[in-house]
Design a protein around this ligand. Structure first.
Ligand code: COA
Length: 330
């Protein structure tokens, strides 16, 4: 009999109140609701308030996940936050979240940067640490304030991204066959410049010149990213299914990274699955990077789209370029 896998004990998510519609965007750049919906499926996205940082979004999602799991903050011994928009370059956002939640000072706290695959990377890391017995209760968060790194004058990128956070509490399982069945992570490091923020790091430290050039904003080669996203997510999905002896049709719900409805449609077609088998909320949030999968997971759980015994596939792709997939039996 196989040993029990780690399990997700509860989920939570949070999106800031302010809604920025395509119509609003069309007053800021030369675009239209029709163009954005046709190319991406996005109708609106949430934008954090000026005084809200990524940790503030993360804390709201975490409180909901803690409540859903019945695990008090005092029992959390590991906090992993996936983000590309940390409150500060240093220290990690996980330490700020720890303090705001009242997680004990004996907890290990760190951030993971794997962009839009960040939540699956963080989940895999936390589950490995929990299954090793070193930690018992992990809080895993994906949180982003992408509005702080979007160039609001670049119509090719600004319509895609939004702010939000999702979180899960992870613990050791008790029932063999239930929980995280497996994960597959990887990266295509040669394609870094297809999607990146050039400035503010050690290669191009912030300067008056770098700011004047707009190096602090997301740069993306949309068409290339689109093609790779479809190919790599399909492969990541197929690989993990094969690795664990499943067929695509056995998946009850796919929770893909919410980047673009056309990417999701293409993956559904390649996997020969009806698109109804995919959870979609990109229309309401746009691409929230590391937050996209945990927000979708939480909405799927709370709306009854995931039931006991269901098999769920998470699959993501992001800057790095990174990719990841995970299979969960509930
Ligand atoms: N409104 C109106 N026109 C726009 C526009 C906008 N918001 N953004 C770009 N355009 C224009 C372009 O300037 C271009 O015009 P041109 O032909 O005169 O040069 C035209 O529309 C086509 O642009 P293109 O970039 O070829 O469109 P596309 O079909 O590739 O769609 C994306 C653009 C960004 C929607 C698409 O490439 C995409 O979704 N890529 C993947 C992005 C992604 O998921 N990133 C995150 C991965 S985690």
């Amino acid at each position: 009999m196989s040993t029990p896998a780690t399990v997700i004990l509860g989920t939570g998510s949070y999106a800031p109140d302010r809604v920025l519609t395509n119509e609003d965007l069309s007053k800021m750049v030369d675009t239209s609701d029709e163009w954005i919906r046709a190319r991406s499926g996005i109708r609106e996205r949430r934008i954090a308030a000026a005084d809200q940082a990524t940790s503030d979004l993360a804390v709201q999602a975490s409180l909901r996940a803690l409540e859903a799991s019945g695990v008090p903050a005092s029992e959390i011994d590991l906090v992993v936050v996936a983000t590309v928009t940390p409150d500060y370059p240093m220290p990690s956002t996980a330490c700020i979240v720890q303090h705001k939640l009242g997680v004990p000072t004996s907890a290990a706290c760190f951030d993971v940067n794997a962009a839009c695959s960040g939540f699956i990377y963080a989940l895999d890391t936390a589950c490995a640490l929990v299954s090793s017995g070193r930690y018992r209760r992990a809080l895993v968060v994906g949180a982003e304030k992408l509005s702080s790194v979007v160039d609001w004058q670049d119509r090719g990128t600004c319509m895609l991204f939004g702010d939000g956070a999702g979180a899960v509490v992870v613990g050791p399982g008790t029932t063999p066959g239930l929980g995280l069945i497996g994960t597959k992570l990887g990266a295509l490091g040669e394609d870094t410049d297809l999607l990146y923020i050039p400035g503010g790091g050690s290669r191009l430290p912030t300067s008056a010149e770098s700011i004047a050039r707009g190096d602090q904003f997301i740069k993306m080669k949309g068409k290339e990213v689109f093609k790779l996203a479809v190919r790599v997510m399909e492969e990541a999905a197929r690989d993990i299914l094969e690795q664990h002896g499943f067929q695509a049709h056995q998946i009850d719900l796919v929770i893909p990274h919410q980047a673009n409805l056309r990417i999701i449609d293409a993956i559904a077609q390649y996997l020969e699955l009806p698109v109804e088998r995919f959870f979609v909320n990109v229309d309401r949030y746009g691409n929230t990077s590391a937050a996209s999968i945990p927000i979708a997971l939480d909405e799927a759980r709370r709306s009854g789209r995931i039931k006991a015994g269901d098999l769920t596939l998470l699959v993501a792709f992001g800057a790095g370029l990174t990719y990841g997939s995970a299979l969960i039996r509930w």
